[in-house]
Design a protein around this ligand. Structure first.
Ligand code: C5P
Length: 312
């Protein structure tokens, strides 16, 4: 049976700034996103039956249409009914390595891999741009997960402008396994508290454009890891850290060890530190592990990677 195996890397946000509210009630964002080597493996194969079947060994991953990977297959079925009729159903297996509900876009990456995998199975010949347009209908982070690397994401997060890729930067990630933060909650809480600071809509595009010539982009172009570490920024920390003291404590612990910079990723609760070398990253890993004995805390050492979904 024809099948493809793909890797779907996690992402972190080097910058997440909330500019205002959009007519569609989403937030207008400017983000700088970065994929890392920590990745899920996604297998897609053709089925003889007329079904979408999802498998995953992780107990907290739903196997129905509440899973974005399932909805990615449904979207392909709707968009390409002739291919669906010709090839039949889709069997998807998710091998999870990225923590779930973590602010690392694990679910979005899985959906991105399903779109890419079905395009290959059905020999549709879609371009990256076509796949990203489809991905945007599933979730704001899906288009970035397809292309990956280092990129500016504007609009809802779905408008992607690639940046030069960054090499040799290591990352230590920390997440309490049982702690999940709802992304809609984080944005609603932010709106509740900071709506008075939102830019009026005519100004949104100008503000979004400013990031292209901003300090962090200049540091990325100059490959200046020290500056990049100092310029990390995430507006959602303002609501998530006060509401989740454990995340706040974890962030404080990460910060006590020499590193390039520490920040929460996306809507959390994952916290990360950047490191100049694998050795520095491993030292942070061991020191945080020694300081926090809670077995619920998961720690990972990984590094920046320059791609999104890829076939293996
Ligand atoms: O696009 P996605 O489904 O990943 O978004 C999840 C939720 O996060 C949305 O329902 C919305 O509450 C919030 N969100 C937002 N503005 C964005 C992206 C997400 O308010 N740009």
């Amino acid at each position: 049976m024809k099948s493809y195996t793909l890797t779907a890397p996690a992402k972190i946000n080097l910058h997440l700034e909330i500019l205002g509210i959009r007519p569609d009630n989403y937030h207008e964002l400017v983000m700088i996103m970065q994929t890392v080597d920590l990745a899920d493996r996604v297998e897609v194969k053709l089925l003889n039956t007329d079904d979408i079947i999802l498998h995953c060994g992780h107990p907290n991953v739903p196997l129905d249409r509440t899973n974005l990977a399932y909805r990615a297959a449904e979207l392909m079925q709707q968009e390409f009914p002739d291919a669906w009729t010709e090839y039949g159903g889709i069997d998807i297996t998710l091998h999870k390595h990225i923590p779930i509900a973590a602010g690392l876009a694990g679910g979005s990456g899985n959906a991105a891999a399903v779109l890419v995998g079905i395009d290959l199975l059905w020999e549709l010949g879609l371009t990256q741009g076509d796949l990203q347009k489809l991905g945007a209908r599933l979730g704001s982070d899906v288009p970035f997960c397809i292309s990956g690397g280092t990129a500016i994401a504007t609009g809802r997060g779905e408008v992607i402008s690639p940046l030069p890729s960054l090499e040799g930067i290591y990352v230590v990630l920390g997440k309490y396994q049982s702690l999940e933060v709802s992304t809609p909650w984080a944005y609603t809480a932010y709106r509740h508290e900071f709506e008075h600071e939102y830019a009026p809509s005519p100004e949104l595009a100008i503000r979004a454009h400013r990031i292209h010539s901003g300090d962090l982009v200049r540091a990325i172009v100059a490959q200046d890891a020290v500056k990049i570490g100092k310029l990390l920024y995430n507006d959602l920390e303002k609501v998530v850290l006060p509401a989740y003291p454990l995340v706040n404590q974890l962030r404080a612990e990460f910060q006590t060890h020499p590193n390039l910079g520490t920040m929460m990723s996306g809507s959390g609760p994952t916290v990360f530190s950047l490191a100049t070398s694998l050795e520095q990253a491993e030292t942070i890993y061991h020191q945080v592990r020694a300081a926090i004995s809670d077995p619920d805390l998961e720690l990972f050492v990984t590094q920046f990677c320059d791609r999104g979904v890829r076939i293996i």
